[in-house]
Write a protein that binds this ligand. Structure first.
Ligand code: NAD
Ligand code: UGA
Length: 466
């Protein structure tokens, strides 16, 4: 079989960009991205895509309506597909067995059942969502138990390693593509089909093939090890403050060791407020849960400590903000610059800004928020989700369209996201409009602290004494 039709279940941060790039690079293949959310599909078909990702608009414009389609007709897309990506969400369970740790696989299972119900011809089903080890086996069981006569399935694991904000570049220039499959002639043939799709733009030597379980575990391991680096450097930031060392200098010195490397230790990328994003915490919790289920308590505790250190860091940062403002923020106005979990995305999932805002509101502060890409409705939803009442939002939260009005008459500014535009703001003008003493908390270590001190700001950061 040569794949001519691809269907992707889930038009989210992964399904949308991944399939847009596949469509761009494989003009002879028809790619249909479907979602059960009609609203999301309508946005993909509009001029304002549902997610902000540098370079995505151009790719979608080049292919949409030619060989790239966004549709809510899941049945039709599944029927005609030779290969189906499952790119649905796998959030941490909020109830029942494994609550707060295990991933909720109801959407993956729902997708598998949908395929089994509809498919009338052979399909390669590719698990793109991040799942626990052995999930492919569960998908296969569901498909086999509901198989129509004459229909056969191959399940592949093909985890996605893109990071938000750089998704298009990550997809076009992937460090590696990982494909896991069954160790049988049929499994190998399916792996080969998927390899051929990626080979349109990824050199063969960067396409790694493994057994299914290695592929599934490698995804969790990669995220756990990336997050571990951040927790390690954040733990050292406390040691820096206590000793007079500077975390920027330490990270540089450590990162220049080629065995360690500078990435994910970069001073200008530090999230001193703790790492955020939809996946690091979720995927480490997933790994912790797997270790616990396998009766490996030491291993579970080891990975749990990465999350614990991150929680501690978030707490440490907000505690520092409150302490520096004379131990009370009640009645004070505080400007939060940045609400997304990192720059170049409008995604706020697990953003440290939510925690900072909630804590400050609980302490009685009034907050003004500005983020260049996050929608107002998203900010309100996030605050409500963590328990801030509608009344408190109405009376204590204001959203702004620029950093200057957001910081007017504030007692303090907290930088929560490293947007480039925050680096070049006119801080003299901002200072003049603020209450005095004017404080600035640089949660990302992106600003010129000497300049801010010269202007008159009280500058606070983490990881060094100022
Ligand atoms: P998302 O929430 O943005 O998108 C998932 C979409 O799937 C939603 O729009 C939802 O409506 C849809 N969906 C759910 N069930 C469906 C079904 N049966 N049929 C059709 N559509 C269905 O999630 P995401 O951020 O794209 O993540 C998807 C998966 O990829 C997760 O497992 C995640 O861990 C993994 N991942 C995410 C990233 C990232 O940067 N966001 C990177 C690598 C891997
Ligand atoms: C991360 C991984 O980098 C991707 O490889 C992976 O595919 C993805 O998770 C996933 O599985 O969802 P993402 O969360 O989009 O990607 O973004 P990152 O750049 O990894 O940033 C995550 C968090 O760590 C952000 O809050 C960021 O500010 C923080 N971070 C990153 C730091 O604090 N310091 C760093 O040096 C780098």
């Amino acid at each position: 079989m040569v794949v001519k039709n691809i269907c992707c279940l889930g038009a989210g941060y992964v399904g949308g960009p991944t399939c847009s790039v596949i469509a761009l690079k494989c003009p002879e293949i028809k790619v249909t991205v479907v979602d059960k959310s009609k609203e999301r599909i309508a946005q993909w078909n509009s001029d304002k895509l549902p997610i902000y990702e540098p370079g995505l608009d151009e790719v979608v414009k080049a292919c949409r309506g030619k060989n790239l389609f966004f549709s809510d007709d899941c049945n039709a897309a599944i029927l005609e597909a030779d290969l189906i990506f499952i790119s649905v969400n796998t959030p941490t369970k909020t109830f029942g067995n494994g609550k707060g740790r295990a991933p909720d696989l109801k959407f993956v299972e729902g997708a598998a059942r949908m395929i089994a119900d509809i498919a009338q011809s052979n399909k390669i089903v590719v698990e793109k969502s991040t799942v626990p080890v052995n999930a492919a086996e569960s998908i296969m069981k569901i498909l086999k138990a509901n198989q129509r006569p004459g229909v056969s399935y191959q399940i592949l694991s093909n985890p996605e390693f893109l990071a938000e904000g750089t998704a298009i570049n990550d997809l076009l220039n992937a460090d590696r593509v990982l494909i896991g499959g069954e160790e049988s002639p049929a499994g190998e043939a399916a792996i080969e089909e998927l390899c051929q799709i990626y080979e349109h733009w990824i050199p063969r030597k960067k396409i790694l093939t493994t057994n299914t379980w290695s592929s599934e575990l490698s995804k969790l391991a990669a995220n756990a090890m990336l997050a571990q680096r951040i927790s390690s450097i954040n733990s050292l930031s406390a040691v820096c403050e206590a000793t007079g060392a500077d975390i920027t200098e330490v990270a540089r010195a450590v990162g220049l060791d080629s065995r360690i490397g500078p990435k994910f230790l970069q001073a200008d990328l530090f999230q001193l407020t703790g790492f955020g994003g939809s996946c690091f915490q979720k995927d480490i919790l997933n790994l912790v849960y797997i270790c616990e289920c396998l009766n490996l308590p030491q291993q579970a505790a080891y990975w749990q400590s990465v999350i614990d250190m991150n929680e501690h860091q978030k707490h440490r940062f907000t505690a520092k903000v409150i302490e520096s403002l004379f131990n009370t923020v009640s009645g004070k106005k505080i400007g939060i610059l940045g609400f997304a979990f990192k720059k170049n995305t409008g995604d706020t999932r697990e953003s440290a800004a939510i925690y900072v805002a909630k804590t400050l509101l609980d302490e009685g502060a009034t907050i003004s928020i500005y983020d260049p890409k996050v929608e107002d409705a998203q900010i309100y939803e996030d605050l409500k989700y963590v328990g801030v009442s509608s009344e408190r939002i109405a009376s204590h939260v204001s959203l702004f369209r620029d950093a200057y009005t957001a910081t007017k008459e504030c007692h303090a500014i907290v930088i929560c996201t490293e947007w480039d535009e925050f680096i070049t703001l006119d801080y003299e003008q901002i200072y003049d409009q603020m209450m005095k003493p004017a404080h600035i908390f640089d949660g990302r270590k992106i600003l010129d602290h000497n300049n801010l001190l010269r202007i008159g700001f009280h500058v606070e950061t983490i990881g060094s004494r100022l």
